[in-house]
Design a protein around this ligand. Structure first.
Ligand code: MG
Length: 410
């Protein structure tokens, strides 16, 4: 019998006894009726309090975190070309953290330009001794330890972003699973405020780009085009010939002449472009600040921003920042950077690498409220081992599943 029913029945029995004691069959004395009402009210308030009680999870004595990992190769649906390189696959490392029968998943994705490799990620993970931790809820302490195993460079950023991000993600997934709640709910975010994600139309011939654009018609509300090539306007015109959706562009540091960059930005604005990511090399902050002062479109930092240490440097040079888990080392750091950028009046964009639904779903957990989201990395691969965050009509759909909201694809 449920506690509430038991208390109700006990109250009725008590009231009946009071009636018999009074010797008035069929009627209750006012005292007995009051006692019954009081008893029922007490039962209801106890039941209501119990229903409100959060499900508590205690770290279990003797249990320890256990870390494992496995490299894999992600196959791309289309050859992915950006200013300076192109590729058909991307290496990754899947990370798992186990505790009390639960498993949290994380992922390290390593685009070549960041200088990481499967070898460097595995070497970093091999250094970690997560078995020293018995309480998976001590996220800050655990990540402080993980970060202490990285090397801080002269510019203030920590090494091994993808490996640290993978561990951070797996911890957050585990954390949510132990609490039985999606991360976005734990953070108190409204999934209805999740943004549209842009979808990248990779560099190609104008005909192929127009075809790629037609392929995704109706599925997205913002398109992204990688520029920084001699034929930028041709590419934009090709996409424009197949769609009138807003476009954002990423030059990936491809423009080196600020006057030419400014001219291009005006041309892009005339073609319905809304913002420009990393127009010039990160090593040219003075030129970028000059460009920003004159640009009719907002300028966002990507390659110029790895971790928190860079936020101070990009302030005043860019209008906004592109935060990526693989650069900054995970959700804990990404949330700190988001708060700092907001406090400094900068716009915030969430980006990703070419990665599975694991890392994309992790970033999506903190997406409600950002200005731009570029979380399409999982849509660009053909062998995603997970299902996770969805996209409907271009909007990010956060799932009501614990942790990062992942299922392993059968
Ligand atoms: Mg970029």
């Amino acid at each position: 019998m449920k506690r509430r029913d038991f208390l109700k029945e006990a109250a009725v029995v008590a009231a009946g006894a009071a009636v018999t004691a009074c010797g008035i069959k069929g009627f209750k004395s006012s005292e007995a009726a009051k006692a019954e009402a009081d008893s029922l009210a007490r039962a209801d308030s106890i039941a209501a309090a119990e229903a409100r009680k959060p499900r508590a999870y205690q770290a279990l004595p003797g249990n320890r975190l256990s870390l494992s990992w496995e490299p894999y190769e992600l196959q791309l649906r289309h050859t992915f070309a950006v200013s300076g390189s192109s590729r058909n696959s991307t290496p990754g490392v899947q990370v798992r953290i186990s505790y009390d029968g639960f498993v949290g998943y994380g992922e390290a994705s390593m685009p070549p330009y960041l200088g990481h490799s499967v070898k460097s990620v595995c070497a970093f993970l091999s250094k970690l001794r997560l078995g020293r931790f018995g309480d998976p809820f001590m996220l800050e302490d655990i990540m402080d330890y993980v970060n202490s195993c990285a090397v801080r460079s002269e510019d203030g950023n920590l090494s091994d972003g993808p490996a640290r991000a993978a561990v951070d993600m797996a911890l957050h997934d585990l954390f949510g699973k132990l609490l039985g709640q999606p991360l976005w709910r734990i953070y108190g975010l409204d999934p209805a405020k999740a943004p549209n994600t842009s979808y990248t139309i990779g560099m190609d011939t104008p005909e192929v780009m127009a075809e790629k654009t037609r392929e995704v018609a109706g599925r997205f509300k913002v398109l992204k085009v990688k520029v920084g090539q001699p034929n930028d306007m041709q590419m934009i015109d090709a996409v424009r010939s197949a769609s009138d959706l807003p476009i954002v562009v990423d030059a990936n540091q491809g423009w080196t002449d600020r006057m030419k960059a400014l001219y291009e930005i005006y041309e892009l604005k005339d073609r319905g472009v809304q913002m420009v990511e990393q127009p010039m090399p990160a090593s040219m902050p003075d030129d970028i600040a000059w460009l920003r002062e004159r640009s009719p479109l907002p300028i966002f930092a990507d390659e110029a921003l790895q971790g928190m240490a860079d936020l101070r440097r990009v302030k005043g040079v860019y209008d906004g920042v592109n935060i990526k888990l693989m650069k900054c080392g995970g959700l804990l750091e990404a949330r700190r950077m988001q708060s700092y950028a907001r406090a400094e009046g900068m716009k915030v964009m969430l980006g990703c690498m070419t990665e599975t639904s694991c890392a994309v779903s992790a970033a999506a957990q903190i997406s409600p409220g950002v200005d731009f989201a570029d979380l399409d990395g999982n849509l660009l691969i053909s062998n995603d081992p997970f299902t996770g965050v969805g996209v409907s009509g271009g909007k990010i759909i956060l799932r009501n599943l614990p942790g990062l909201g992942l299922n392993i694809r059968k």
